[in-house]
Design a protein around this ligand. Sequence first.
Ligand SMILES: *Cc1c(COP(=O)(O)O)cnc(C)c1O
Length: 506
Amino acid sequence: MSAPGGRATSAPLVGREEEPTLFELSRPGRRAWSFRTGGFPDRSVDDLVPPVHRRAHPVDLPEVSERDLVAHVTRLSARQFSVDLGAYPLGSCTMKYNPKVCDAVAALPGLAGVHPAAPASTVQGWLALLVELEEALCAITGMAAATLQPAAGAAGELTGLLLMRAWHAAAGRPRSKVIIPDSAHGTNPASVTLGGYEVVTVSSDERGCVDMDALHRVLDEDVAGIMLTNPNTLGLFEEDIARIATAVHDVGGLLYYDGANLNAILGVVRPGDMGFDIVHMNLHKTFATPHGGGGPGAGPVAVAERLVPFLPGPRPVRTVDGPLGYGWHTPARSIGRVHSWHGNALVLARALAYIRVNGADGLRRVAEAAVLNANWLRRRLAGTLDVAYDRTCMHEVVFSAQRLRRDHGVRALDVGKRLLDHGFHAPTVAFPLVVEEALMVEPTETESPETLEALAAAIEAVVAEAASHPASVTAAPTATPVGRVDEARAARRLVATFDARPTPEG
Ligand SMILES: *Cc1c(COP(=O)(O)O)cnc(C)c1O
């Protein structure tokens, strides 16, 4: 039995009271476990672990009872907003509700308990799962094959750019530039630079799409490719995509599709049919793994036929000969590994569960509902906030709080903070960069009409308050466990270690 708890736990779950760290809760001798010491063969740990492998000094870990540990974690869990708690309209990040059946699948002992080094002959089921997922993702994107290794969207981007580089190098004409639109997600230019290319920015036109004249001005034989998102980061469909694809292919470049958010197009249109050669997907946004807070992700990269020989290896494949159905294979001109072992495998298992549970028709309904919900909000709030680009949007809509700032000194950030007091997570603020005081709302397909109406009403209330009592909006949030933090200081003076003694600065 574990030792009884030591902390008085009468405090309410959520208040402004600071939650102590486990180190502060620590009392010598308390344990969250206990092992029987009697009734076993007479050998102690000292006998089992040779002295050479033992620490000279015990490591300084917190000592808490199981009761206090559970209370601590439960209190922490109640202090944060989550997709399980309510609407999380964080544009460009798809924070939707994820069905619990996908977690149940990922927790199956036959999947969760397997060592990644297990020989192929003993993990045929896992290999079948990976191959089936790859085939499903290729069917969804219209591509020939995919690597499941990359651990995140940004890792997928870098993988895609390395594939682009390998392809041009193999053709004997290395190139130096990659084009990205000015509305792009911040990881795009970062990945281009990390991939060894120079970033060339192309501007958006007044409809929020790639400016075709600007594109033609920067296209030449030194362009390795273009990175696009469609719908783009303004939530708008690039109507000229076929012309863009032809223009880029005409100079020998490749088209890269940032498919971090596939919510708008699932089962409706495929990047492969739009002319894209390389596509990454964020399984942790579109396909049922909750994300945020740095949790595990997966950013598979799917490619057109001509890029398949360069994919990272080893890849799970159907074996043509031999007694086993599945095995591993490294393509002839592989760029090498981009992740240890086989990627974040349990995220991959969740994604396949999500795809299987929805089926092709269900995935299409996901996209239809995501787009419908965003357009409903766009129309519902048109008289409340300015819509950055007043045309039919896809799965997200960008509003601007520029007028609130000019008339009342209330910024998009303040609106987002005040929404927390109304029980909604903030939308994405100050992004995309091409819209002043942007509020980017992605309602997702999982929210009900009642929730959407409540969100719209909350935004209306905050905008009205911005005019009547701007100070209450700029002081928000007030109903959350943590108030407004000094974000600049937090970013510049990162304190990543814990010291119980007060610092001179306090
Ligand atoms: C989230 C996102 C990314 C980056 O994905 P990570 O998994 O966070 O690395 C890239 N592009 C777009 C458009 C995104 O929304």
